[in-house]
Design a protein around this ligand. Structure first.
Ligand code: NAD
Length: 389
């Protein structure tokens, strides 16, 4: 594919355009807002200048990346595209409108991909006359740096579209995973427990936020603690994803959002970007970390068991292959290990015991062991047998 068009020049659109241009495609990036286009161009120039300063690229490279991209506020410019990647705001009605517009402009063979984080690809595809060419291509922020791309076929998507999208992702040296069109895909579904179980521990006063963050990093091996990470992502964004996944799963208690986070959003405490979230970034806070290892281990254990149960359930429901489930968490959210691999290492019996214990304590459906976890535990089986991994 030579010609690639991106719709939407926001955070994700410009990142994807940078990758495509770096790999020598002719890129058109269209946005209906001239202001967004201007900001995007400035942002890209800044990023490229920083890369020059760090001696990662030279001036010639930077010029090449810039000249490969045409910034345009006329959607007609996308007509030569062999693949269009849409990255406009997360709104189904708006995405459907744009997909119809795109379909009327491009050739019959052109693939139309969406970078949506939470909308059903099948519903977006349904707006098109040829839904076989529609697919989800979910990048992670910042797109040029995060290796993962989730590839999500709609139920209407053709095998040819899947194959070509996979080949393109490979040619961009991305780690691609294939997943079913279900709420949250892989990463945003599995990662819910990381945040929500940590919030539960905090709400129950088992430990304060800084102690939970310390435990998850120092004892759990995670790069960032859950509260730091929610503040980094933005509580508005993180809450919205949880809410969408919860609604889409018909209010399954396992994905229930938290009132604690909702209040932060209502107060405008979005996190780093607003100066305040769980933490206050405007003043020096007096943090009181309780470095009691027993307490720390208990925190990590509870969150980890919930994460592993979720990953095993995703495998049980064939959301993705075992390899792709583990790849997704390591490359999309930097988990220190794949969750399925981690479960094998720990042993499924003790994980099941923890979930059952939580269920007995809280009498909530949220603590519901996956049928596959029960099977693995009963039969003393591993997911990756004989050192497959
Ligand atoms: N930001 C993230 O971390 C992230 C990560 C993965 C996926 N996503 C998904 O990527 C998509 C874009 O997110 P973002 O954070 O880049 O958004 P953003 O708000 O930064 O940018 C959206 C851009 O789309 C433009 N736009 C809106 N409607 C348009 C239309 N009809 N035609 C053309 N342009 C239009 C806006 O002017 C804006 O420049 C969303 O679907 C989001 O869920 C976001």
């Amino acid at each position: 594919m030579k010609n690639i068009s991106i719709i939407g020049s926001g955070t994700m659109g410009i990142g994807i355009a940078q990758i495509a241009s770096d790999y020598n495609h002719k890129v058109v990036i269209y946005d209906k807002s001239k202001k967004s286009l201007k900001i995007a161009k400035e942002k890209l120039k800044k990023i490229l200048n920083r890369l020059i300063e760090k001696q990662k690229i030279d001036k010639k490279e930077s010029q090449r990346i810039l000249t490969n991209i045409k910034f345009s506020d006329s959607i007609k410019e996308i007509e030569k595209a062999e693949i269009v990647i849409e990255a406009i705001v997360e709104d189904l009605a708006m995405k459907k409108d744009v997909f119809q517009e795109i379909e009327n402009l491009v050739s019959e063979k052109c693939i139309i991909a969406t970078n949506t984080s939470s909308i059903s690809i099948t519903s977006i595809a349904s707006a098109c006359k040829t839904p076989e060419r529609v697919i989800g291509m979910h990048f992670f922020n910042p797109a040029p740096l995060m290796p993962l791309v989730e590839i999500i076929p709609a139920i209407q998507t053709s095998n040819d579209t899947i194959k070509k999208t996979m080949t393109l992702s490979e040619s961009w040296k991305k780690t691609k995973v294939l997943c079913k069109d279900t709420p949250g895909f892989i990463v945003n579904r599995l990662a819910r427990s990381f945040y929500s179980e940590s919030i539960r521990i905090y709400e129950e006063n088992i430990a304060n936020k800084e102690t939970i963050d310390w435990a998850m990093k120092d004892l759990g091996g995670f790069k960032m603690g859950p509260f730091e990470l929610m503040d980094y992502i933005g509580n508005d964004v993180n809450y919205k994803v949880t809410e969408t996944v919860f609604n889409e799963f018909y209010f399954d208690q396992r994905y229930k959002p938290s009132i604690t986070q909702k209040r932060l959003v209502e107060a405008g405490y979005f996190g780093r970007k607003s100066g305040r979230g769980y933490y206050n970034y405007l003043v020096k806070e007096n943090l009181k970390i309780n470095q009691n290892r027993e307490l720390g281990k208990k925190i990590v254990w509870r969150v980890l068991c919930m994460l592993i149960n979720e990953a095993i359930d995703a495998l049980y429901l064939k959301i993705a292959s075992k390899e792709d489930i583990d790849k997704a968490m390591k490359n999309g959210v930097n988990y220190p290990k794949g969750l399925l691999e981690w479960g094998d290492e720990i042993g499924h019996r003790v994980i099941l015991e923890e979930i059952i214990k939580l269920r007995e304590t809280y009498s909530e459906d949220r603590y519901r062991p996956s049928p596959l976890l029960i099977y693995l535990s009963k039969n003393e089986k591993k997911i990756f047998e004989n050192g497959e991994k």
